[in-house]
Design a protein around this ligand. Structure first.
Ligand code: 13P
Ligand code: SF4
Length: 366
């Protein structure tokens, strides 16, 4: 009989340095049986242990192609779900702290999306006229909903390619959960703002009239990322007054006004690459999570580049921050004992449909 997992409590009191040495040792011992994936928003003490880092799309691809027995995802819950869905059945996807969710992903759930679909059916035929598109920041059952209804998943990197594909299938898109990524991408593609309506999931018919629904090209779920809502157009104006030559780069989860005032808009990987590739001496104002911006700031200082954080208040993704060295170490030492803890396993029926929507996304991605 297999013995119980190592208890977590003693790990909580360990300091980061003690964890660091033991994480390295556990990684050495597990060798190729283990891969650690780290999202760019992870704190440094965790990020440094990642075998691969990236945005959601890049890490999904790493998970899909990894041969490792254990995929430890230093990110948030939906990322570990995607790793489970795209990896082989015998691979184990692990999230070091199960409380690491995504508050934006939680703004849509299957019951509310199904209700929206039924309500839309009072005005039009959604299965003929609407492609459901879910941002990858969503639970697996919503990806499965998209898989079942001829829809697709997108990330911040491929949203435009995904929307182009979606409009080739059907005339309208229901986009959830992030209204901002939907609006910013739709507008870039030439869809006027008045053809993008917001579906308020707490109101009957999303709070929309039949005419608004019939006229809309995109129906945007009323979800948002609280971290990216901290960035305001005034922050950009103040920076520009002080540094007229400075450049602005933002993540598309930021508001329409912020993205309109930005010189560049793109995923976390895009933000890093754009600043890394810029001329020495360039000054940047960056609208995305603080851990990423601080790391870029330190890295680019040597090239004489200045990287500023967009908000005057400290705003980190508190759920990404839940992954700490203590949880990572606890996870790895359990693997050394042959007892995977915090495995993320999506039920097979749901995983199959979600995989259909994810594979459509991978096919249309650049
Ligand atoms: P990226 O895919 O751009 O890394 O975005 C993920 C995310 O959660 C941003 O808030
Ligand atoms: Fe979710 Fe926002 Fe955190 Fe990204 S930054 S994981 S969207 S809460």
């Amino acid at each position: 009989m297999q013995s119980a997992a190592i208890e977590q409590t003693p790990y909580i009191a360990l300091d980061d340095d003690a964890c660091d040495a033991r994480i390295r040792e556990a990684k050495r011992a597990l060798g190729e049986r283990l891969v650690i994936l780290g999202h760019h928003y992870q704190r440094d003490e965790v990020f440094r242990h990642a075998d691969y880092s990236g945005d959601s799309l890049k890490l999904s691809r790493e998970a899909a192609s990894s041969k490792a027995e254990f995929i430890v995802f230093c990110g948030v819950h939906f990322m570990a779900e995607v790793a489970d869905i795209l990896s082989r059945p015998d691979q184990v996807s692990i999230l070091p702290d199960l409380a690491a969710g995504c508050s934006m992903a939680d703004m849509a759930n299957l019951a509310k999306v199904q209700r929206a679909w039924q309500e839309l059916a009072q005005v039009l035929d959604p299965d003929e006229q609407v492609t459901p598109v879910t941002y990858i920041n969503s639970a697996a059952d919503l990806k499965a909903f998209c898989g079942e209804h001829g829809g697709i998943v997108c990330t911040s990197t491929n949203a435009q390619h995904v929307l182009e594909w979606s409009f080739r299938q059907r005339e309208k898109v229901l986009f959830f959960p992030d209204q901002h990524l939907g609006r910013n991408t739709g507008y870039k593609m030439g869809i006027p703002l008045d053809q993008m309506v917001v579906w308020d999931f707490d109101q009957p018919m999303g709070g929309l009239s039949e005419e608004q629904i019939r006229k809309a090209k995109m129906i945007l779920w009323k979800g948002f990322c609280s971290v990216h809502q901290m960035f305001q157009p005034e922050h950009i104006d103040r920076f520009k007054e002080k540094y007229p030559e400075g450049k602005i780069i933002s993540h598309p989860e930021s508001s329409f006004e912020v993205c309109q005032k930005s010189d560049y808009v793109g995923s976390t990987e895009y933000i890093i690459k754009t600043i890394r590739d810029s001329e020495p001496g360039t000054r940047w104002l960056v609208g995305t999570e603080l851990n990423l911006v601080n790391r870029l700031h330190d890295e680019c200082r040597a090239d004489g580049k200045n990287v500023h954080f967009m908000s005057p208040t400290v705003c980190m993704c508190s759920t990404m921050f839940r992954i700490d060295p203590q949880h990572l170490l606890w996870t790895l030492e359990n693997l050394l004992e042959g007892r995977p803890v915090n495995q993320i396993k999506v039920p097979e029926k749901e995983a199959g449909l979600a995989r259909d929507a994810l594979e459509r996304m991978l096919e249309v991605s650049p």
